[in-house]
Design a binder for this molecule. Structure first.
Ligand code: HH2
Length: 281
């Protein structure tokens, strides 16, 4: 059966790989911080327009984030994250968009679920049982991402025996936790967490052996867009990593990823359309 993501009353076919567009409502995200948010400003209309542009370009899901998790970041308060995220997701869900909120805070997730958000994208993979209980109660979906450590220090010499085996074991355990809480497998996405407590070699190994995560039987999401690994491989600054990011996304899809999280929706959608046509024949 073709893979599907079920989130509340929506079913998104993943027969062909889909694109998740990134909407960061932060002053400090590594590649797009400060577009819509400053300490005394939140430009809701501009954020909604940016989301609409990504939908028009073919994004199936909009992932809204109110906290940067870039290496070295310190985090934000619940109040500040709510101030940034809720007014925008409220507008987006009212438009009929599939909205994901990138948060690890149960208070933020609860408020987002109350205004109709369908997916909680948690870089801490439901470490918080209250968060998981709220998601299950709402019938929403989750993205479980692997991270070693915390953003502030995660890039200080991360080390693994076998990175793929360790990430796989972690995700398998968190899938079980979600199933025990009442979610079904088609409500759970898994993500190796490129750049989250990983060296370039770890990231490459995860990409090369992505099929080992596909065998967990939950759709795999990847976030490679503009990341440091693309910069390291191409020598390019953050704003010039589209081609490298699209190349990495294509490889991930060829290795079984079903959702690609990206800042550059149009370029990624085009690349995936070509890949889908070739892979079908
Ligand atoms: N990467 C980032 C944030 N959230 N979520 C998932 N599931 N997978 C990822 O790879 C992922 C993620 C980091 O990227 P970005 O949101 O652009 O930056 P920042 O954390 O600085 O806001």
């Amino acid at each position: 059966m073709a893979p599907t993501l079920r989130c509340r009353d929506t079913r998104l076919s993943l027969a062909n790989a889909r694109v998740m567009g990134v909407l960061n409502l932060t002053p400090d995200s590594f590649s797009d911080g400060g577009r819509f948010v400053a300490p005394d400003r939140l430009d809701v209309a501009a954020a909604v327009a940016a989301a609409q542009a990504m939908i028009d370009a073919g994004a199936a899901i909009i992932d809204v984030g109110g906290e940067s998790t870039r290496p070295g970041s310190a985090g934000v308060t619940v109040e500040e994250e709510l101030r940034r995220v809720i007014p925008v997701v409220e507008r987006l869900t009212a438009m009929g968009t599939i909205v994901s909120v990138d948060t690890s805070k149960s208070v933020v997730a609860k408020a987002a679920l109350a205004v109709g958000v369908q997916l909680i994208n948690d870089v801490r993979a439901m470490a918080d049982q209250n968060l998981l209980a709220d998601v299950a109660k709402a019938g929403a979906a989750v993205c479980l991402m692997h991270m070693r450590g915390e953003p502030r220090t995660m890039q200080d010499a991360p080390s693994y025996g076998d990175v793929v085996a360790e990430v796989r074991m972690f995700l398998a355990e968190r899938i079980q936790r979600c199933l025990a809480a009442g979610l079904d497998a088609d409500q759970i996405l898994v993500d190796p967490g490129f750049g989250f407590g990983k060296t370039l070699q770890h990231n490459l190994e995860l990409l090369r052996r992505l099929k080992e995560l596909v065998s967990l039987d939950c759709p795999v999401l990847v976030g490679l867009s503009r990341k440091g690994m693309i910069g390291a491989l191409t020598g390019r600054a953050v704003g010039e990593r589209v081609a490298g990011s699209v190349a990495a996304a294509l490889i991930a899809v060829q290795h079984g990823a079903r959702i690609v999280r990206t800042h550059d929706v149009a370029a990624t959608v085009d690349a995936l359309a070509v890949a889908a046509a070739v892979m079908e024949t």
